[in-house]
Design a binder for this molecule. Structure first.
Ligand SMILES: [Ca+2]
Length: 360
């Protein structure tokens, strides 16, 4: 299989041949995928549905008990994860664009999957991004459970409010860290700063549609740049990731953003960036041995724009090699997950979206 490196400064990798299996189809713009045991998975569909997909690919009916979502453009029902103790408590967390006074914003909810897996019970909205504004763009919306059982939620800048990403009195362009009841942990970085929202973990982000916990337990994310400048970051407590003051991208159609800076004191550089943009969505670390030793510890990132998956080889926080796994999958990649069986699963973003499995 021919494989090209995207960044000419990195070595070109040779990918092992991969077979792409279709596990399920008929999903309308699926966005998030979570495994619930016995080969079954929960899949969200952006218009506002969540279903159980059986191991053989059979789609269950839409689950009852979901909240109303504002499903226009990029908004709708987005990510879903299971609780680390799902086998015991059947709890799930999901995020969505929540309608309300002023427009909409990203919200995080918890619920229990009923014993017969037909509905969500005891729905609680744990968190709503503030403020709500009339925008159909940049919801962010990936959820990661950390090892201390707090939840990270990524929040987009909502496009027209990008300058908000630099101030701490709002949730635009932020990552927040929450307890499972929605409250802010006392050891969050800004809990004692006057005027700052206590749930903020990091700021200066644009639109984060990928987040994953590394094998060492650290949070990694990626975010869409404007035109060019998609980034990989390892967001740390209280740090400023620069948007929109610094970026390796430019305005759509050309022209600098702000002063056109790519670096500034007090702002973090990305660990990796892409020019041109790949439009990243979905992210997973490979920990299984299904793909051989060379893949273990790699970071996989889906590309909406180029319809492939990128595998990044890491040495600590340094990206040492980049390869694209499939020349093209024929569809935009929305989510990337490693299943409990060790295989990599993808969601494709399409009116007839699919669950795919990569098999060596
Ligand atoms: Ca940045």
């Amino acid at each position: 299989m021919g494989v090209l490196s995207l960044a000419c400064t990195l070595p070109v990798a040779v990918a092992a041949p991969l077979k792409v299996e279709t596990v399920a189809s008929g999903l309308e713009h699926p966005w998030g995928l979570a495994f619930i045991g016995d080969g079954r998975m929960l899949v969200t569909e952006r218009p506002g549905r969540m279903r159980v997909v059986a191991a053989d690919g059979t789609l269950g009916p839409p689950l009852a008990g979901l909240p109303k979502v504002d499903a226009e453009r990029q908004g709708g029902l987005l990510d879903v994860i299971t609780d680390s103790a799902f086998a015991r408590n059947r709890m799930v967390y999901f995020c969505f664009s929540e309608p309300g006074a002023g427009g909409n914003s990203t919200a995080l909810a918890s619920a229990r999957l009923s014993d017969d897996a037909s509905r969500l019970e005891n729905l609680k909205v744990l968190f709503s991004q503030q403020p709500k504004i009339p925008s159909k763009l940049h919801f962010g919306c990936r959820i990661v459970e950390a090892r201390d059982q707090t939840l990270f939620l990524t929040l987009g800048d909502r496009y027209q409010r990008k300058d908000d990403a630099q101030t701490l009195d709002n949730h635009h362009g932020k990552i927040v860290r929450l307890r499972k009841d929605g409250t802010a942990p006392h050891d969050n970085p800004f809990t004692t700063r006057p005027g700052a929202l206590p749930d903020i973990w990091s700021y200066g982000h644009r639109n984060l549609q990928g987040a994953a916990l590394a094998p060492d337990g650290r949070l990694w994310t990626h975010e869409h740049g404007p035109q060019g400048g998609d980034e990989i970051n390892r967001p740390e407590a209280g740090k400023n990731y620069g948007w929109p003051v610094i970026t390796h991208g430019e305005n759509y159609g050309g022209g600098t953003i702000g002063a056109g800076l790519t670096a500034q004191v007090g702002m973090e550089q990305p660990l990796h960036h892409w020019v041109p943009s790949i439009a990243p969505s979905g992210m997973a670390f490979v920990t299984s041995d299904r793909y051989g030793k060379g893949w273990q510890g790699s970071l996989l990132v889906g590309s909406l724009k180029f319809q492939y998956v990128v595998r990044l080889t890491l040495n600590g926080t340094t990206v040492t090699q980049e390869e694209k796994l499939q020349p093209t999958l024929g569809s935009r990649v929305r989510d990337v997950r490693q299943g409990p069986d060790g295989f990599i699963y993808l969601l494709t973003d399409a009116p007839n979206g699919r669950v795919l499995r990569l098999v060596p």
